[in-house]
Design a protein around this ligand. Structure first.
Ligand SMILES: [Cu+2]
Length: 155
């Protein structure tokens, strides 16, 4: 196979650019200690129901100003009984999945987490306004995806 001189120049340019680009991304990710958003905690997806805090999903008060909400996402819903949390306090959401990738998205807030089996995704959020908020899944997870929703009440 014969390459024209200009083709060789452009090929080399493309390959070198690719190597430079991937090196910059790779080195900066390691040097700045980037992790997947939501943390690096892992969990055995087959033992979610026996692993704390998911053995007892729902709201737990950690201290005066902090609440933890443990939620299990599964096709096609959330195991999150009785979601009532106060406004103006820090709410730490911990979410995991027992089957496929879902999301945990609270409408009208900045809570939009990817829920991956084998991982515990964590997000801290403080609600300013009381009210009822819709929780939904925005990762297509199967035929019942559109029915996957829940509600959280902020008082
Ligand atoms: Cu889903």
């Amino acid at each position: 196979m014969h390459f024209h001189k200009y083709e060789k120049i452009w090929l080399s340019f493309g390959i070198v650019s690719l190597i430079v680009f991937l090196s910059v991304v790779g080195v900066s990710a390691f040097s700045q200690n980037h992790t997947p958003s939501g943390g690096m905690d892992t969990i055995d997806p087959e033992k979610v129901n026996e692993t704390a805090p998911f053995d007892n999903p729902g709201v737990t008060q950690l201290d005066e100003d902090t609440y933890q909400v443990a939620i299990v996402a599964l096709a096609f819903g959330y195991n999150a009984p009785d979601l009532r949390v106060p406004a103006g306090k820090e709410i730490i959401f911990k979410v995991t999945s027992t089957d496929v990738v879902h999301s945990f998205t609270i409408d009208n807030t900045k809570v939009n987490m990817m829920v991956v089996p084998g991982r515990v995704t964590t997000k801290s959020y403080t609600f300013d306004e009381p009210g009822k908020y819709l929780i939904l899944c925005n990762e297509y997870c199967g035929t019942g995806h559109h029915m996957m929703s829940a509600e959280i009440e902020v008082y």
